[in-house]
Write a protein of this length. Structure first.
Length: 231
């Protein structure tokens, strides 16, 4: 989906959402104001802005479909067709983001637009997601979850209980502060458990350790626990 198509789609979704879900309409209107005056060529050049917009359009379309099905008493059927992590995203985190004030939204929109956001660990997160899927788990990745909810990846394993996971590679001296801020953010969004993995790039078997830790804790981590590891 290209820049002009995205702009046009946003306007159509705002109209549709204004009838079905005013909170979604409000959020999409914020996003539309953010991009509507950016020239198409300039917007196209902003890779992460485009990726975020594509994600939010997909989520908005899915959410409107769910709401429409709910009116026809078919909402549960829509969720039955989703993976556990998708269901968690659409039943809890995404609607919560629509309904609540997001204190970080304005800040990270600016960073996306100015090019300050680079997501250097994209390949690592993608590799982790693929390994989790190969071992029977499910995964959801969203910029909203990453930038507003301190969650790089949402995973589930055999027990199908979604687990919000943050990956970072800060030095040991900064890890306590970052992990504290991470836990505060999860609690703010009422995410009832989480996993914080501070890894050393290039360390022996660190990817295998991360896969094992995410899958094991996806099944076994208790509610109310925010577990932190330095690998």
């Amino acid at each position: 989906m290209q820049a002009q198509e995205i702009k046009n789609k946003l306007k159509l979704l705002i109209e549709e959402a204004s009838v079905i879900d005013p909170n979604l309409a409000k959020r999409l209107t914020e996003i539309n104001r953010w991009v509507k005056d950016v020239k198409t060529g300039s917007l196209t050049a902003k890779r992460f802005v485009i990726l975020f917009l594509q994600q939010i359009i997909t989520d908005a379309e899915t959410w409107l479909d769910i709401k429409s099905l709910a009116a026809e008493a078919g909402e549960s059927q829509a969720y039955e067709e989703m993976t556990p992590t998708e269901k968690y995203w659409y039943t809890q985190l995404f609607p919560q983001w629509l309904n609540e004030h997001d204190p970080k939204f304005y800040i990270w929109r600016q960073k996306l637009m100015s090019g300050e956001f680079h997501q250097e660990d994209t390949k690592l997160i993608d590799s982790l997601a693929n390994l989790i899927r190969q071992r029977g788990g499910t995964v959801v990745q969203r910029y909203v979850a990453d930038l507003s909810m301190a969650t790089d990846i949402i995973i589930s394993s055999r027990q199908e209980k979604p687990l919000c996971t943050q990956l970072t590679s800060v030095s040991q001296e900064f890890s306590p502060e970052k992990s504290h801020n991470w836990e505060v953010t999860l609690r703010f969004w009422q995410i009832d458990r989480g996993l914080f993995l501070n890894y050393t790039p290039g360390a022996k078997d660190f990817m295998t350790q991360m896969v094992n830790l995410t899958l094991y804790n996806g099944d076994h981590l208790n509610t109310g626990i925010y577990l932190k590891f330095n690998l």
